[in-house]
Design a protein around this ligand. Sequence first.
Ligand SMILES: Cc1ncc(COP(=O)(O)O)c(C=O)c1O
Length: 385
Amino acid sequence: MKKIYLDNNATTPLDPRVYEAMLPHLKENFGNPSSIHTFGRSAKAALDKAREQVAGLVSARLKEIVFTSGGSESNNYAIKGAALNQRDRGKTHLITTRVEHESALYTFRYLESEGLRVTYLGVDDRGMIDLDELRDSITDETALVSCMYANNETGVVMPVGEIAEIVKEKGALFHTDAVQAAGKLDIDLNEIKADLLSISAHKIYGPKGTGALFIRSDPAQESILRILIHGGGQERGKRSGTENLPGIVGFGEACEIAQKEVARDRERIKPLRDALRERITNEIPGVRYHGDPDNMLWNTLNASFSGVKGESLAMNLDIEGIAVSTGAACSEGKVDPSHVLRAMGASKEEAASSVRFSLGRITEKEDIDIVTKKLPGIVSRIRSV
Ligand SMILES: Cc1ncc(COP(=O)(O)O)c(C=O)c1O
């Protein structure tokens, strides 16, 4: 049985070219980039090259890229770092949205427990925030606005360029979680006036446990973040700890490949996603899609199948060798319907009956043919019991 992987928003397979680039750094090039001998200098050269590759993907400057352990750490650092730094200056209000990834949402909850005030902006049924509401929510006390670039569950893409303009006009800091957008959309930080932007390697065919935080360098301003990890002063003092060099080298390679191949990926994968949607629509009644079709990542399809539990559908597809994900977050055996779909106005039942198909570089036309052949039977079987 052919195994079909349609969960690329959860993670992507390591690109073989990334693997090749990493190998020497798991073997002979094991030096510590902070050491002054030849081993260290060679490691430092690899670190510098990776920084160029990562900066290139988002049109940042080299000194604006800080390597982290992934998207969650980047979000934590950006949000806590900015909030705590600004609190020292009397700004105690933060703004985010109801549809953020847990690594951002729970960071805001933590900051609330520390006495900061947080406004959670709602979204409409297409998953979009209201820009007027955003504008009206920003006050002189607002330290930071954080809004994700593209949603991991629905693929909805937020107008971050416009959001950044509004936030900067009002004098607050703007962070965006671009973990799902990077490698799928062209991100140009000369155009988008974000102060902080999070990315992660394993969503773009790089290794797990590596990411970066872009911190805009502004000579007119002192550091915009409270430092969270102290120690040997790596990453220009912004994030101590010996760098995960194999991971970072892989991340760099993945960024360079993504930059070169994003247009080709989109041209090949979007029609597959569209065909999947069309065939589901034609062959299965009672399906509702989530998100604005004109404003979505080209690899993502999130659909609710009425009368069908999302986990049950995902488990039945898994038995047939097809990996998809449910919008529901599972922790310790309890399943909560997706906070993202609920924020978009979906009922509990509807949210609990959704699955996410996320396509990627390894998805072939044959995969979509197999899925669309098997899916109607599985759905009607579940509906009949
Ligand atoms: C939008 C978004 N932000 C942050 C993260 C966390 O990234 P990481 O897995 O690298 O910690 C994810 C991962 O699912 C994500 O989809």
